[in-house]
Design a protein around this ligand. Sequence first.
Ligand code: IPM
Ligand code: MG
Length: 358
Amino acid sequence: MRSHRIAAIGGDGIGPEVIEAGLEALRVCAERDGGFELKVEHFDWGSDYYRRHGVMMPEGGADRLRSFDAIYFGAVGAPDIPDHLTLWGLRLAICQPLDQYANVRPTRILPGITSPLRAVSGPELDWVIVRENSEGEYAGVGGRVHRGLPEEVATDVSMFTRAGVLRIMRYAFRLAQSRPRKLLTVVTKSNAQRHAMVMWDEIAAEVAAEFPDVSWDKMLVDAMTMRMTLRPQTLDTIVATNLHADILSDLAAALAGSLGIAPTANLNPERRTPSMFEPIHGSGFDITGKGIANPVGAFWTASMMLEHLGERPAAERLMRAVERVTADPGLHTPDLGGTATTRQVTEAVCDALRGAND
Ligand code: IPM
Ligand code: MG
């Protein structure tokens, strides 16, 4: 029996609710498969922990995660604690030391879900966004001086290294190569940002030479929002900087019907450290505790985690179960315009898994 150790961090807001739902589906996946088990350990890190201890996670927290095979993460952020403290105290405090440099965000329109784009019924929108996840605008370089004085100054320096850009470009080209269309769009802003973004473009061109079978093009990030909206079928794999991809992935999720569905993987592709899997939607304070959070993002995320753990048949079975459930509008949560609860959707996915005959 294969065994995988999972660190579960529900975190804030609806995070614990959707992670519980996801773990329930994962247990059923393992039973249905019969070839593996998941050993789950829970960590109560997040904003409640911060209120008790003054930190989002204990000292050495990220190091405690190193021995796990994967991290299943809910959300971070609370209305009464500044966002930069919760983010840097937990999510980035895990992603950065564990060097999860490739953030992968697939987007497609699942059965039963309606895109806000009039001309899109489903197959026209099937993308994977690769987000640089270790540096760029999130490098944390900068500072503030003359605090509170009229001459106060603040800087956030976006920092790009050749090694960091090379590895994310290689990852993106390899991913594009593995997909049927072998098509990559490199997002940039080298017309206005004439140092780092020009290096970004140059490295893209260098790496492209290593992948002669991948067609690629370059898009300025502003024009990219138009292309995603007006010509979604011309895109497949997309690579962008930390901030550009952050923004574009929210647009992608909205165009695919709901942020409640969108998954992410924070990968260390070389597997030197555990990778972290999280739904994109965040902590959703407005619906916390109401039992109506959409667990589909957490399920899709769980499927990416199974795939990373080498459990591809189980990963695919889970996605088929999710698609069977999204196809039924009676099982849509309020973010999709329905009235279903987290519980109902979770039970339906678990039932579909148990009844799966493939
Ligand atoms: C995301 C989120 C985060 C980010 C927030 C919570 C800081 O928007 O994962 O896309 O900007 O990275
Ligand atoms: Mg975001």
